[in-house]
Design a protein around this ligand. Structure first.
Ligand SMILES: NC(=O)CC[C@H](N)C(=O)O
Length: 303
């Protein structure tokens, strides 16, 4: 398989989709991003990296950060988090409030906003937030020590965070937060505002394809924990479009409203795609199409 040729081809295939869809507009500073951009990177289990298009342009990772927060909580705390958050697809938008009341303050899964707020809360209790543990992990695993939150995106989200604040207060009212609402929101918003390129994210996610092993060969997670994060990514990582994503792409994946998606081919590689135009459920239109093409052409789906 000539991966470089394939990625170059995919950049050509998605051209007609670029500019379609809309960037996230409820975080005003994300709405200004040029939707014609597209990047793709693949990091293989044996350490090679292939990339094409705008693969080295940094973008806002947004909800992709939820995967690394969960990994750190499982690494620090084992299975305890599963008493406070379920592992079922929500079938609802990622920032929905209604389900949380029906289900007595236990979020459906760790990848919708309510679930990620609980995970972030636990991470704050275990390791604190200075420095940000998610940022440190991503710096170490990507080898890029300049990764940081974009203060403008963080400030923009903070001034438009009524929904997430409502979710956090709701969780607190059910006794499902250990830290003050404001500290949890601040940590959550800052990890969402981290800026990384496709290459950074493909490299930083390799532990998900390598049975939990970090770049330096030590274990962040056990093979079983890694398998389970991948399972939750498959069923919940693209919100109410997870069924369609499994059908078209057939890989564990996690999207963010910055237009990035990280996908995992266990024991083989990680893939990161980015294009800011989003479809109805908040997943990158060209990104999903590129991953569809990638698994169709390589046969590297988990099915
Ligand atoms: N789906 C996303 O990427 C959402 C992340 C965004 N920061 C939010 O909380 O609304």
């Amino acid at each position: 398989m000539d991966l470089q040729n394939l990625l170059d081809d995919i950049v050509g295939t998605v051209q007609p989709l670029l500019g379609q869809g809309a960037p996230a507009d409820y975080i005003p500073s994300l709405a200004a991003v040029d939707t014609k951009q597209f990047g793709i990177s693949v990091a293989t289990a044996n350490g090679d990296v292939f990339s094409s298009g705008d693969a080295d342009v940094p973008f806002s990772i947004q909800s992709i950060s939820k995967v690394y927060a969960l990994a750190l909580v499982l690494a620090g705390d084992g299975d305890r988090i599963w008493k406070r958050v379920f592992r079922e697809p929500s079938g609802n938008p990622f920032n929905s409030l209604v389900q949380l009341e029906h289900e007595d303050g236990i979020p459906r899964n760790p990848f919708i906003n309510a679930g990620a707020l609980v995970v972030t809360d636990r991470l704050l209790s275990i390791v604190g937030n200075s420095p940000s543990p998610v940022r440190e992990l991503l710096r170490q695993e990507s080898g890029n020590s300049s990764i940081d939150a974009d203060p403008e995106v963080a400030a923009s989200e903070a001034t438009h965070s009524h929904r997430n604040a409502a979710l956090a207060h709701f969780l607190a009212s059910y006794g499902n937060l250990e830290n003050p609402v404001d500290s949890v929101l601040e940590a959550y918003i800052n990890q969402c505002a981290l800026e990384m390129s496709c290459t950074d994210l493909a490299l930083a996610s390799r532990f998900l394809a390598n049975n939990g092993l970090r770049g330096n060969g030590t274990a962040l997670l056990s093979p079983s924990q890694t398998k389970r994060i991948n399972a939750v990514m498959l069923t919940c990582g693209t919100y109410d479009a997870a069924g369609e994503f499994a059908y078209r792409v057939g890989l564990p994946g996690k999207s963010g409203v910055g237009g990035g998606i990280v996908a995992v081919v266990p024991n083989k590689c990680t893939i990161c795609v980015w294009s800011p135009g989003l479809g109805r459920s908040g997943n990158s239109l060209a990104g999903v199409a590129a991953l569809d093409e990638f698994t169709t052409r390589t046969g590297w789906s988990i099915f």
